[in-house]
Design a protein around this ligand. Structure first.
Ligand code: PLP
Length: 398
């Protein structure tokens, strides 16, 4: 058997499309990079992006922000969450999520995840009862959507406001409803590794006009909220404009100019990601030792990354699999390491959060692997990558 090695880079995204580069150049030539620096009658790139994204998402309003983390932070604050409050969130997510909660002076109250990497809804009921939290920041981590109808019913029963972290689910839906459209607000990221790439950036969507007015002023709109493309009627700003502090988290025209042409390609890119996901998943599914998260028919996902578990394999085998795949050019992430390297998704390394016992999440993460699927990989590449993973797992279990 020939031992082929994969040569591609797991962190290399596609280039920014030429029309986006042209649009960026036009902004640069104009000198008007600030979103509110507009010529007569010019709507501005940021306002147009807000309009187009709101239409695509199917939400009444959209606010562009400096990052996904800022979108979450502003959403929490605009929802009335603040110092001393507890906020429910997933035990397994990325550091900007507990970070956004900490930034408003609140405390994350972590909820267990299940084997499909979704919020464990039984544990959510317990946490909703025990925590006294008024807000749930649900993170659709790695693109997995839980039963959103049940989640919303549990939240309603406990009077909990839901905000969705859609950093990995831009374009995903549950029973035909887009992620981000279930709760009060959806928070999206346009950071380089997400579904659209402006380096840094975020988008906040909602159907609630008063919430959106507060969020707009928080984002740093000065008194220029009439220059927004997908904002609520001016009457909603009457009160909040005296009460909301300016957090300076605007998106500039340059990033918006880069994003608008990418939004036009997003649906097509989702299909391309899913073809890559299917290629890898089909091989992994053939190895009974490896467990893929179940993806229910109600879930339309975006396969920009793939996760799998190796149940009962033990730490030593996990490390050996990482090393063996790495030696053949396949960069896996493992969530069982004790020290944060490169990223932090382990609640044990969030020492600003009150320590909580989360045995189920810990057990799942101890045998959980993750791999990015950038669009610079061909479907053929994905077949090779998956073959390398299954070969290595087979050799290690022999
Ligand atoms: C990337 C990411 C975010 C937002 O990140 P920013 O870098 O602030 O845009 C939020 N949640 C998750 C799970 C993420 O991976």
């Amino acid at each position: 058997m020939t031992r082929r090695t994969f040569q591609g880079s797991f962190t290399q995204q596609e280039p920014i499309p030429e029309d986006a580069i042209e649009a960026a150049n036009a902004v640069l030539r104009s000198g008007r990079l600030h979103r509110y620096n507009l010529a007569d009658d010019e709507p501005g790139e940021t306002a147009m992006l807000e309009q187009e994204f709101a239409r695509w998402q199917g939400s009444s309003y959209c606010l562009a922000t400096a990052s996904g983390g800022q979108a979450m932070q502003i959403a929490l604050r605009a929802a009335g969450t603040g110092a001393g409050d507890r906020v429910l969130t997933n035990a397994f997510t990325l550091a900007p999520v507990p970070g956004a909660i900490a930034a408003v002076g609140a405390t994350p109250f972590l909820v267990e995840i299940d084997e499909n990497l979704c919020l464990d809804l039984k544990d959510l009921e317990r946490a909703a009862r025990d925590s006294g939290a008024g807000t749930l920041l649900v993170s659709h981590m790695r693109g997995h959507l839980c039963d959103m109808e049940r989640l919303m019913a549990i939240a309603a029963d406990h009077g909990i406001c839901v905000i969705e972290d859609c950093a990995h689910t831009m374009g995903a839906s549950w029973n035909g409803t887009r992620s981000g459209s279930f709760g009060l607000a959806g928070c999206f990221s346009t950071q380089t590794y997400k579904h659209m790439n402006s380096g840094e950036g975020g988008l906040l969507t909602s159907n609630d006009p008063d919430f959106m007015a507060r969020a707009t002023i928080l984002s740093g709109s000065y008194m220029l909220h009439d220059r927004h493309g997908a904002g609520p009627d001016q009457s909603h700003f009457q009160l909040p404009r005296y009460h909301m502090p300016n957090m300076s988290a605007r998106m500039d025209a340059l990033r918006a100019a880069i994003l608008r042409p990418q939004l036009k390609r997003l649906d097509n890119n989702i299909a391309r990601w899913n073809a890559r996901y299917e290629a890898v998943a089909s091989h992994l599914a053939e190895r009974p030792a490896l467990a893929l998260p179940h993806r229910p028919p109600a879930e339309a996902f975006v396969g920009s990354s793939i996760q799998f578990r190796w149940p009962g394999c033990g730490d030593e085998n996990c490390r050996a699999l990482l090393a063996a795949c790495g030696a053949r050019g396949v960069e896996l992430k493992w969530f069982g390491g004790t020290e944060p390297t490169g990223f932090t998704s382990s609640h044990h390394s969030w020492r600003y959060v009150e320590e909580q016992a989360l045995p189920c999440s810990d057990a799942i993460m101890a045998e959980l692997f993750d791999m990015r699927l950038p669009l610079t990989f061909s479907v053929e590449d994905c077949h090779l990558i998956a073959t390398i993973i299954t070969d290595c797992a087979k050799e290690l279990s022999a």
